[in-house]
Design a binder for this molecule. Sequence first.
Ligand SMILES: CC(C)(COP(=O)(O)OP(=O)(O)OC[C@H]1O[C@@H](n2cnc3c(N)ncnc32)[C@H](O)[C@@H]1OP(=O)(O)O)[C@@H](O)C(=O)NCCC(=O)NCCS
Length: 89
Amino acid sequence: MWRIIDECHITNVAVLPEYRNRGIAGKLIQKMVEICKCSEISSMTLEVRVSNIPAINLYKKFGFFSVGKRPNYYTKPAEDALIMWKEIV
Ligand SMILES: CC(C)(COP(=O)(O)OP(=O)(O)OC[C@H]1O[C@@H](n2cnc3c(N)ncnc32)[C@H](O)[C@@H]1OP(=O)(O)O)[C@@H](O)C(=O)NCCC(=O)NCCS
C-alpha cells in the first residue's frame, strides 16, 4: 500500500492459488488497517475489477464500500474499476 498524506491506497493484495481460502488475505487486510490506525491515516481506498467478486467480498468484509467506478481503468482485458473506500475511526 502507498501512503499519501492521511490516505492509504492499497495497490495489490494477492495470495498464491494453493493457499487461498485460509484467511491469509484477511490477515493482510487486518494488518494494513492496524498500521493505518497507528499512523494517523483517516481513510483507505483501492480499485478492483468489477468482475473480481472474491476481492470485492474480501474488502467488504473489512468495511470497505463502493463509492464509484473508473470506466475502462483496466486493460487486457478492458474493464471498469470499482473504487472502494474505508474510513478509519
Ligand atoms: C482475493 C484474494 C486475495 C483472497 O485471498 P484469500 O487468502 O483466499 O482470502 P481469505 O481466505 O482471507 O478470505 C477472506 C474473505 O474474502 C472473500 N473471498 C475470498 N475468496 C472468495 C471467493 N472465491 N469467492 C467469494 N468470496 C471470497 C470472502 O468474503 C472471505 O471471507 P469468508 O471466508 O468469511 O467468506 C485471492 O483470491 C487472490 O489472490 N486473488 C487474485 C489476486 C487479486 O485479485 N487480488 C485483488 C486485486 S484488487
